[in-house]
Design a protein around this ligand. Sequence first.
Ligand SMILES: [Zn+2]
Length: 269
Amino acid sequence: MDAEATPSRTISGHLRGVLGACRGAWRQAARLALDVALPTLCVACREPVDGEGVCASCWAKLSFIAKPYCPRLGIPFVYDPGPELLSMEAIANPPAYARARAAVRYDDVARTLVHALKYQDRTDLAPAMGRWMARAGRELIEEADALVPVPLHWRRGWSRRYNQSGALARVIAWQSGVKVASEALRRVRPTQQQIGLSRSQRASNVQGAFKVADHRRSEIAGRRVLLVDDVLTTGATVDACARALLRAKAASVDVLVFARVVDTHKAPI
Ligand SMILES: [Zn+2]
């Protein structure tokens, strides 16, 4: 009985496989047709948009950061206190990195862009976001020898398939010609999401979480590194990354992000 049943099971299994493949091809063709038929929608307001995923009016709503700002942290000043004056934050909590710059303030539209890039596979946003970062970080990029994206732990990288900081770093590399050292810095232990944690909890959550792989130290030692991330909140993550890079003898570490949280109550001195 079993001997007779096996071939028919095999044939039906084979047929199922063929049908499955056909269905897969149809699904792919249907999706392609939809992509052609349906315009891209603006990630923030859902209006149709040509090309990149944010419409002109939503770009206009973004709050771009321009001088005057703290030369150390890149926090915008409400008035110009002079070229060398630092923000109170930079004096009270000097970071391990030398300078940080951000393209925009982290507000509602910026958050929508960051979340779409990070969680919704909207990689079409990376070119525009990366271009604005390249503009905001021009001085830092000119002095940089290597771009290092803040790494995901491999487990999170697998479930999300790609690293949003890596996608932004690749755009900046393409714009500037500075190479990306994407494998040099590793997240050696998984960390809890920083969302909802206090400043000190954030710092201890990422403490010791990053390391430069021994066989990659030559990509970092003696080099001026520009760390790339999507958002800077308290700076705990980039600070932990900067410490790891400096331990691996980086000549200097600067930070470039798409958006940073700006606490308007902490005005410049
Ligand atoms: Zn829009």
